[in-house]
Write a protein that binds this ligand. Sequence first.
Ligand SMILES: [Zn+2]
Length: 56
Amino acid sequence: MMGMKKKKCLECKVEFEVNPKARFARKYCKTCSKKRKKMWDEQWKLKIEDFDDEDD
Ligand SMILES: [Zn+2]
């Protein structure tokens, strides 16, 4: 395949393929980005709940 680059995941150090034409360079493999996205989503939820408390 042309144009595919290999990169090492910052988290688990596993090599994965990245598309150099992608808008954002990926730093994490599929598994880790899924994990991180989930973590982020949960962090956001927590933050929003915190803000709600402060508003009271
Ligand atoms: Zn990874």
